[in-house]
Every structure is written in structure tokens, then in C-alpha cells.
Ligand binder design. Structure first.
Ligand code: NI
Length: 286
């Protein structure tokens, strides 16, 4: 049986044990009932995310900073840094960390940051059954959507570890990286800064972790250095805009656009055959 224990304490605070939402509303109305003749209070409009941007990363020198494994105790400070510098980034979050930082996750969306899925508890997905993989992804989708109002569209597999079966089970585009700062290993602001500024190339995806203090401490200088190099900071979705994103396929950067085929007369004679022993498929980029 449920204990009814809805005491009012102090200046309108409610003792919440056993106290339903309806109870609280009733109490609040009883305390602050509208006075006759006074206009009903109007609520300020709910804050909304900024409109999507259209940045052509084939023409603009784009880079996507990404932050994994949070949200955590340093994430708010990181959001402050990004906002102050007008930087958009992508947060690949663990579902199990979302519940304790719901307001932070909501703020990401309101700040124009991208919220993305890094599984519920960071397992190597190749060691799980397909049903377990789906559970890791779907629970996190729900947690992020509940906290922020936005469901992620991108997944980053922990350790970048995937196989064909995992790709099928995830069923969303998989985002890897072109620069691994190894911030989690060295935990060194100077090193994180140096790597974060020097290594990114146009169209790159840079991997940091916002659960480590030195990583977050390095970001103001990383942003400054990359900006001096002419980079524009975009989310991963912005970076890959205009590219066909296929569920289950992996992406680690924005690749250059396909070569423009110019009209030319058809070659005479049969097409040249490759010499015997030459590879039939191009080498994998990774
Ligand atoms: Ni991770």
C-alpha cells in the first residue's frame, strides 16, 4: 500500500515521499491560487534548438570534434567553452551516463551540439549476441531521446570494434575517426593540445573523451589552434551532409567528392586490361 505523506515544509517546498505529481500540483495551486482580477501567468516559450546550418564541407575546410564516453563531471565546462567559441561538436554518449546528466544532454541540443549513441555500457559489440547489440543501442536511443527530445542518428562502436553481424544489428551509420588523440592514455593537456591542433586534416573526425579533465582543459587551445589553421567546426552530421549515409556502414572522415567525369570521345578499341596479378579491388583506407 502506498503511504500518503505529502507535507508542505518551509517556503512551499514539498516533501516528495509518496507525493504524486497531482498532489504537488494541487498543493501548489492551493498555495499560489490565482487572485481575482490578475491575468493568468503566461509561461515563457520553451527554448528551442538553433535551426540546422548548411555548410558545404566540399568548399569549406571542415573538422568535426567528437567527445566520447560522457556525459560526465567536466561536460558542462566543455559546453561552456564550445558555446563561448561558437563551436559545434558531437557527443557520443553512454546511455548509462545520461540519467545522471539529463539537463546537460538537453543543453547540448539547445546549444546546437549533436547528440549521438556510444552504446549503453561500452562493451566490445563483437563479443555480444545480435539481440544484446540491439539492446545496447536501443536503450541508449531512448535515454538520449527522453533527456534531450532528440533521438541520435549516429552510432560510434566502442573501440571502433565491429564486424558484419554487428553492423547489421546496429542498423545505423557507424562513425569512427581519422584522428585518435589517445587523450585517454596520456591525460596530458600539452600533448592533447599539440595532437588536437596538428593532426586534423580537412574533413577529419577527431576523437576526444570529455570524461577526462586534461582533455576538456585542452579544448580552448585546440579550438584556437584549429581556427588559426582555417578550420570550421561542424557536427558529424554536418560534416557528412550530402554524402549518402548507409545504415551499418562505417565513416571515419568526409572523403573528397567523386571525380567529375568530363565528356570525352569514347575510346577506340577494347578497354585496356590490367596487367596480370594487379589487385582487383582498391586498398582499404583503414
Ligand atoms: Ni568509448
Amino acid at each position: 500500500m502506498r503511504i500518503r505523506n505529502c507535507a508542505v515544509i518551509g517556503a512551499g517546498l514539498l516533501l516528495a515521499a509518496g507525493c504524486s505529481h497531482a498532489d504537488r500540483q494541487a498543493r501548489t495551486a492551493g498555495q499560489h491560487g490565482t487572485l481575482k482580477g490578475r491575468a493568468p501567468a503566461t509561461r515563457p516559450p520553451a527554448p528551442a534548438p538553433p535551426p540546422p546550418r548548411k555548410i558545404d564541407c566540399d568548399r569549406v575546410k571542415c573538422v568535426a570534434l567528437t567527445f566520447d564516453d560522457g556525459p560526465g563531471e567536466y561536460t558542462t565546462r566543455l559546453l561552456d567553452t564550445l558555446k563561448k567559441n561558437g563551436v559545434r561538436a558531437t557527443f557520443f554518449m553512454l546511455g548509462e551516463n545520461v540519467g545522471a546528466h539529463r539537463a546537460v544532454v538537453r543543453r547540448m541540443v539547445l546549444d546546437g551540439q549533436e547528440v549521438a549513441n556510444h552504446t549503453w555500457s561500452h562493451p566490445d559489440l563483437t563479443t555480444l549476441s545480435s539481440a544484446e547489440v540491439r539492446s545496447q543501442i536501443q536503450r541508449t536511443q531512448k535515454a538520449v531521446k527522453d533527456a534531450s527530445g532528440v533521438a541520435p542518428t549516429l552510432v560510434r562502436p566502442p573501440y571502433g570494434s565491429v564486424n558484419k553481424r554487428v553492423e547489421r544489428a546496429v542498423g545505423m551509420p557507424l562513425i569512427l575517426w581519422s584522428v585518435d588523440t589517445l587523450d585517454w592514455r596520456y591525460r596530458d593537456v600539452a600533448r592533447d593540445t599539440r595532437v588536437g591542433v596538428k593532426e586534423p586534416k580537412t574533413g577529419g573526425i577527431v576523437l576526444f573523451h570529455d570524461i577526462h579533465k586534461p582533455s576538456v582543459d585542452s579544448i580552448p587551445k585546440v579550438v584556437d589552434g584549429l581556427r588559426r589553421r582555417g578550420f570550421t567546426f561542424v557536427t558529424v552530421s554536418e560534416l557528412l551532409m550530402g554524402r549518402r549515409l548507409v545504415p551499418g556502414e562505417s565513416y571515419s572522415e568526409r572523403t573528397p567528392p567523386p571525380m567529375q567525369v568530363t565528356a570525352s570521345p569514347p575510346p577506340s578499341g577494347p578497354p585496356a586490361r590490367p596487367p596480370a596479378g594487379s589487385p582487383t579491388t582498391p586498398a582499404s583506407p583503414r
